[in-house]
Design a protein around this ligand. Structure first.
Ligand code: NAD
Ligand code: IPM
Ligand code: MN
Length: 371
């Protein structure tokens, strides 16, 4: 039997609750397709800080590297929030594993499930026809630039004070832009052949380099239509006319912000899956965080996690049919009217509002071995 080894990183907050539902779906897929999935659970984020003193213990990185794919839930929470730069933060674990695994391409597909048209805060006619994917550069830019916090007279200024200063550096290298641009164009070829590159080239030098390199890459893809858009306008266009987008490619921080915004087209941040790809082992995780406000209540939406499993099957294991099954299973459960609280609207009957576990089970039950 073909066997895949999956490194599980539940992390913090709702993480353990939703990852269990991802595993349920994987097990159902394994049963149907005669494939074995073995799980290797490791610590990351706040729980890793508590138990090991650091957000990304060496053993976790080793487990990830030894796996065929990594499934992560979420990290972070108020318990570990600190403004002291000397103290470890859960998010460092996530950034660390992205960097160590070379996961420079983060794909965040915004798919509208018809049944959820009413769950979006936008009018149904605005979200009608939306089918876009954000290709976010994930290992460069402000997240990984040189940074410092220090004291000096200039920081104090005329009013005195402690004189603190801080900076983060936004830097991009040509090769980093080229490889993410290629990824976006390749993806566009499999979709509607449109790439919109989002930057702030009217102000930032990094964005001017970004635009130049993206256009250079575009020359190799004459069949793909390229447009540029400034990020402030893009934030507006995503709400005004989101159906205009096919593949959106952008730098790390813009992609972070725009993807949370775009998630609301589908009805909830709890619906937005993601795949983080590089040249080796890939990592799959929902785009949302640890949702501390609802953690431990069994009400989190596990669908972003489950749809991340769908992406794992597709991209890491080449199990296209199984991935389509997961998508069909989610669609069927939503069509039957089942909703977690975040995607329930006024028309959802009370008995169809379900918790995390129930939603996971309903999806898994749809994936039946064929007789
Ligand atoms: P968040 O994404 O955790 O939550 C934002 C809002 O969306 C909350 O109201 C939350 O309840 C809701 N939400 C998120 N996921 C949901 C789901 N699956 N089902 C239902 N509702 C859901 O963002 P935040 O509150 O700004 O951050 C909380 C912590 O998570 C922070 O420590 C942050 O650093 C971390 N974070 C981690 C990741 C990650 O691990 N990939 C991503 C984003 C934020
Ligand atoms: C995400 C998250 C992370 C990011 C944080 C937790 C470091 O918001 O995956 O979108 O900003 O990349
Ligand atoms: Mn984010």
């Amino acid at each position: 039997m073909k066997t895949y080894r999956i490194c599980l990183l539940p992390g913090d907050g709702i993480g353990p609750e939703i990852i269990a539902e991802g595993v349920k779906v994987l097990d159902a897929v394994g049963e149907k397709y005669g494939v074995g999935f073995t799980y290797d659970e490791a610590l990351i984020g706040g729980v890793a800080i508590d138990e090991m003193g650091e957000a990304l213990p060496a053993a976790t990185l080793a487990a990830a590297k030894a796996s065929d794919a990594v499934l992560l839930a979420a990290v972070g929470g108020p318990k570990w929030d600190t403004t002291d730069p000397a103290r470890p933060r859960p998010e460092q674990g996530l950034l660390g594993i992205r960097k160590e695994l070379g996961l420079y391409a983060n794909l965040r597909p915004v798919t509208i499930f018809e049944a959820l048209a009413g769950a979006s805060t936008l009018k149904p006619e605005v979200v009608d026809g939306v089918d876009l994917v954000i290709v976010r550069e994930l290992t460069g830019g402000l997240y990984f630039g040189e940074r410092e916090r220090f004291y000096d007279e200039e920081g104090a200024g005329p009013d005195g004070g402690n004189g603190q200063r801080a900076y983060d550096t936004l830097e991009y290298r040509e090769y980093e832009i080229r490889r993410i641009a290629r990824h976006a164009f390749e993806m566009a070829r499999k979709r509607r052949s449109k790439v919109c590159s989002i930057d702030k080239a009217n102000v930032l030098e990094t964005s001017r380099l970004w635009r130049e390199i993206v256009h250079e890459v575009a020359a190799d893809y004459p069949d793909v239509e390229l447009s540029d858009m400034l990020v402030d306008n893009a934030a507006m266009q995503l709400i005004k006319a989101p159906a205009q987008f096919d593949v959106v490619v952008t730098e790390n921080m813009f992609g972070d912000i725009l993807s949370d915004e775009a998630s609301m087209l589908s009805g909830s941040l709890g619906m937005l899956a993601s795949a983080s790809l590089g040249d080796g082992v890939a990592l799959y995780e929902p785009s949302h965080g640890s949702a501390p406000d609802i953690a431990g209540q069994g009400i989190a939406n596990p669908l972003a996690q489950i749809l991340s499993v769908e992406m794992m099957l597709r991209y890491s294991f080449g199990m296209r049919e199984a991935a389509d099954d997961v998508l069909a299973a989610v669609t069927a459960v939503l069509d039957a009217g089942f909703r977690t609280g975040d995607i329930a609207d006024a028309s959802t009957p009370e008995d169809r509002v379900v918790g995390t576990e129930m939603m996971g089970s309903l999806v898994a039950e749809q994936i039946q071995p064929t007789e």
